[in-house]
Design a protein around this ligand. Structure first.
Ligand code: KG4
Length: 343
């Protein structure tokens, strides 16, 4: 009906996710099962728990994805015979989590003779922007900000990526998570902190903007995290109550100022006129706004992914798989997970 149908499998962290898209990139089904509740009390993802939850969830997610794609076409559930290829995240991510998805995808391909397509998770976050802006075309600069990554990328062509710089310590999402943990606010910290920050005064407390003027594209976030924790301890010792919205807003502003300044520098240096963001932190409303404001002044177009595909999901993996499949870039059944895969 819709040309090729691509099934994707994503299990790099704590989301067991699958999607089916058609050859136009339209999402027919996008199912995400998260084990986040099982990690919350540890303040971060526990790799072995994530692996075991993938094993428990993956068959149900597969059946649900086929059923929803069937409903999308107004029929009963689809079957693997309706598909053209299976894409799977091979890395980067937690190795014990990745192998569950990779083994499952290989199993489907072995049973059906469907071609297998390997996908880089970071490329998925990048191409999630196509769901908001189908016209997005290289060259452009992208910021990838998630729980595990913080980098600026010069996308010269699809598939030709130059990492301009990345964090030398913590990732941006990790900083949000650690600050929330220090405040006893729960996990993941990003959505909690950004909600608090929306009603706080970002000038209330001054936190360091590390490496803001380092004239390169490296980031450092662990000092900021320490500064926030030191502040919390100081206030606690002095018996002063902490104004959570002000603290959240001040922390977030320190993060955003550096992200925006370096992104603007990267856009100027590369001479591109498009900028986009990807990864879980791309859901942060204040960050999205700050980029739009800065780049509007510079005449640079900004794309942000729809909120539904900022966090880990199968749809973004399927978009990359569709491209690779069309280009004839297939994997075989010896495919292994690569936890340290580079963009
Ligand atoms: O991309 P993602 O789902 O998983 C990784 O591949 O890491 O990103 C998850 C990260 C978490 O650190 C979470 O705290 C952060 O994204 N995050 C946010 C927001 N929503 C999620 N950070 C800041 N503001 C948000 N609104």
């Amino acid at each position: 009906a819709a040309g090729d149908l691509i099934l994707s499998v994503e299990s790099s962290c704590d989301e067991t996710a699958m999607a089916i898209i058609d050859s136009h990139g339209t999402i027919c089904a996008n199912v995400v099962a998260t084990s986040i509740d099982f990690h919350a009390r540890f303040g971060g993802v526990v790799p072995e728990i994530a692996s075991r939850k993938h094993v428990e969830a993956i068959v149900g997610v597969f059946e649900e994805t086929l059923a929803r794609a069937g409903a999308h076409f107004g029929c009963d559930t689809l079957t693997p015979a309706d598909l053209s290829a299976v894409g799977v995240t091979a890395g980067p991510g937690l190795v014990g989590a990745l192998v569950v998805g990779v083994a499952f995808a290989k199993g489907v391909c072995a049973a059906t003779d469907l071609p297998l397509v390997a996908v880089n998770h970071l490329e998925g976050h990048l191409l999630a922007n196509l769901f908001a802006n189908r016209e997005l075309e290289p060259p452009f600069v992208a910021s990838l900000v998630s729980g595990g990554n913080t980098m600026l990328v010069h996308v010269k062509e699809w598939g030709d990526y130059e990492v301009l710089g990345s964090t030398i310590d913590d990732a941006v999402g990790e900083a949000f998570d650690k600050v929330a943990k220090a405040l006893g606010l729960g996990y993941p910290g990003g959505p909690i902190i950004s909600k608090l920050a929306a009603r706080g005064n970002k000038k209330a407390i001054h936190f360091p903007r590390a490496m803001m003027h380092s004239h390169d594209f490296r980031f450092s976030l662990s000092g900021l995290k320490t500064a926030v924790i030191t502040y919390i301890e100081g206030e606690n010792k002095a018996g002063r109550p902490i104004n959570l919205p002000d603290l959240a807003a001040s922390f977030e502003a320190a993060v955003i100022d550096v992200q925006v300044a370096k992104a603007a520098e990267a856009v100027l240096q590369t001479g591109v006129s498009d900028f986009c963001v990807g990864g879980g932190v791309a859901a942060n409303p204040q960050l999205r706004e700050a980029y739009k404001k800065r780049f509007r002044r510079m005449g640079v177009r900004v794309s942000v992914p729809p909120l539904s595909v900022c966090g880990d999901n199968g749809a973004m993996i399927a978009v990359v798989a569709l491209r690779n499949y069309r280009d004839g870039v297939m994997a075989d059944l010896s495919l292994d997970a690569n936890p340290n895969a580079k963009l």
